[in-house]
Design a protein around this ligand. Structure first.
Ligand SMILES: *Cc1c(COP(=O)(O)O)cnc(C)c1O
Length: 539
């Protein structure tokens, strides 16, 4: 039980509390402490008035009525609203400020998208509605599919995967289906050292052996090493382009040609498409399958585990194996949605009967809410606007890279301009100070930290992706904050080791949080004398 809930509660007046260094409530200025719902609610309280149970009503429940109290915490409406509003203020969000997480593309999400996604015909659509009543929704999916096919220069697209990693699985299953169809059981997927963790995880999940491809000193795939490893056991490669060092893989076409010549397929992780949308078509680089994170490149609020949407575009070679429903460009160039019923006829007409869909990724068509947001974003930007998105994202990242490369080590600073994200390492920090300390110092400056310790190829990596939606003034303020903390790390400012000082919580035990997460509240978990949450958090 939190002290805040004890009636007639009188806090112990410690010297810290008396002197005002520590508040009696645990609150910090206008940031309010918030106990758990279970700690502040009462089972006997309710925020709504329920009608009296009519005599005989329980008979209709055929003996299934609840016999014990449900045990949920009850609060009044204002208590409930305050609880969630206070919690939301302890969170950092893109609507509060720049969110520099590299690889995540945390861009502003235009409110127009939200308005369209909330239109009743889209927001209320149900997957089991009669098809005549969802023509508009299907048209949205088809229009979006057309844009994705067009922007990537690919043959078709599976819209149903629910996020990037799910899209990777879809692409790898297509590759496996294509190989099996020609009776060619290959066992190995090659993945560069700098790959996002989902890539090797996907390949392993699909039953492949994963082998690393080394990087060159300038941070790109080592083409010679890749060529040397290709052979009849290699099903394909998974390459992120632009890669996680923030660099464009200039040899992509040569990589694809070599992989194809060896009988394999090229999977491209398209999570970084934001950097090249409207500029480069992956289809022209020989890519066979690529997922697109609609929630990154095409703006949908994300983070904290969702929601997402990861359509997968496929080359002509892989299209016949795509999952259903599938959207393909027909011989006459029209984009056509292939569903279960029409699949046979479509396959006959367009693939000479070769269509051998490997199955389905989801029960229905995919994430309608993300589709409406992404298409709204595309239509409101237009093709020229999307090209400018890429250009501005790259410009902003290079501005950060060149504004900070005198105080932070830029391991690939000599490899030419970066793409959409700037990568730094911890070389030059004073002994005993780390990337983690810098990240905590940034919190005190009011910024969510950048992506850290990824990619693994750079020691103490800091990956910063500003996106195109930040103004120069916003970038300058961020750079000034980052610079000041970086200077403290170089100068050996020991106070950084205790940061953050100003956050609602001080430095947490991250090992304990990962190894022993406490995810559910249990009544008997807090024996008498247990410190309140604020006391625990303060230590
Ligand atoms: C985000 C990301 C993924 C995974 O996408 P999810 O939608 O989070 O599943 C894969 N690769 C890269 C490079 C990413 O940035």
């Amino acid at each position: 039980m939190s002290q805040a809930n004890k009636s007639g509660w009188k806090p112990e007046m410690t010297p810290e509390r008396r002197s005002g260094q520590e508040t009696v409530t645990g609150n910090r200025a206008l940031m309010l402490e918030e106990p758990l719902l279970f700690e502040i609610g009462h089972a006997e309280t309710t925020g709504v008035d329920l009608p009296e149970i009519e005599p005989g009503a329980s008979r209709r429940l055929a003996g299934m009525e609840r016999s014990d109290p449900i045990g949920l915490a009850g609060l009044s409406e204002p208590e409930t609203i305050r609880h969630y509003t206070r919690l939301s203020r302890q969170n950092y969000a893109i609507d509060l400020g720049l969110f520099p997480l590299g690889s995540c593309t945390m861009k502003h999400n235009p409110r127009l998208n939200e308005k369209v996604a909330r239109m009743p015909g889209f927001a209320d659509v149900h997957p089991l509605q009669p098809v005549e009543t969802v023509r508009g929704a299907l048209e949205v999916i088809n229009e979006l599919a057309f844009w994705l096919i067009d922007l990537t220069g690919m043959h078709g697209v599976a819209m149903s995967p629910k996020a990037g990693a799910h899209g990777e699985l879809c692409g790898i299953l297509c590759i496996r289906a294509a190989l099996e169809a020609r009776g060619d059981a290959r066992e190995v997927i090659l993945v560069p050292e700098s790959a996002h963790g989902t890539n090797p995880a996907t390949a392993a999940f699909a039953g492949y052996k994963v082998e690393d491809i080394p990087a060159t000193p300038e941070g790109r795939v080592d083409l010679d090493a890749l060529k040397a490893r290709l052979g009849p056991d290699v099903a394909g490669v998974m390459i992120t382009n632009p890669n996680t060092c923030g660099l464009f893989e200039r040899d992509m076409k040569a990589i694809s040609d070599a992989v194809h010549a060896a009988g394999g397929f090229v999977y491209c992780d398209g999570a970084n498409f934001n950097a090249i949308v409207g500029k480069v078509r992956p289809g022209d680089l020989g890519v066979d399958a690529m997922h697109i994170n609609l929630h990154k490149t095409f703006s949908t609020p994300h983070g904290g585990g969702g929601p997402g949407s990861g359509p997968v575009v496929l080359s002509e070679a892989l299209s016949p194996y795509g999952p259903l429903p599938y959207t393909a460009r027909t011989k006459d160039g029209v984009v056509h949605l292939v569903e279960e019923e029409g699949a046979e006829a479509f396959s006959q007409e367009h693939f000479g009967g070769r269509m051998r869909s490997f199955g389905r990724m989801t029960a229905f068509h995919g994430q309608m809410g993300m589709f409406t947001r992404a298409l709204t974003y595309m239509l409101s930007h237009g093709a020229d606007g999307l090209r400018q998105v890429a250009e501005d994202a790259v410009l902003n990242a290079n501005y950060i890279l060149r504004s900070l490369d005198d105080v932070l080590h830029a391991p690939f600073g000599d490899s030419g301009p970066c793409m959409h994200e700037a990568l730094f390492g911890d070389k030059g920090f004073a002994d005993g100070l780390s990337t983690l300390d810098l990240a905590k110092g940034l919190i005190d400056e009011g910024y969510h930290p950048m992506t850290m310790y990824f990619p693994l190829v750079v020691h103490g990596a800091m990956l910063v992706e500003p996106t195109e939606t930040e103004s120069k003034a916003g970038l300058d303020q961020f750079i000034a904050a980052f610079r000041s903390v970086a200077e403290r790390a170089r100068a050996g400012d020991e106070s950084l080791k205790q940061a953050p000082y100003h956050a609602p919580r001080r430095r947490l035990d991250e090992t304990q949080a990962a190894r022993k997460p406490v995810l559910a509240w249990q009544e008997d978990e807090a024996p008498a004398g247990t410190p309140t949450r604020s006391e625990r958090g303060g230590s």
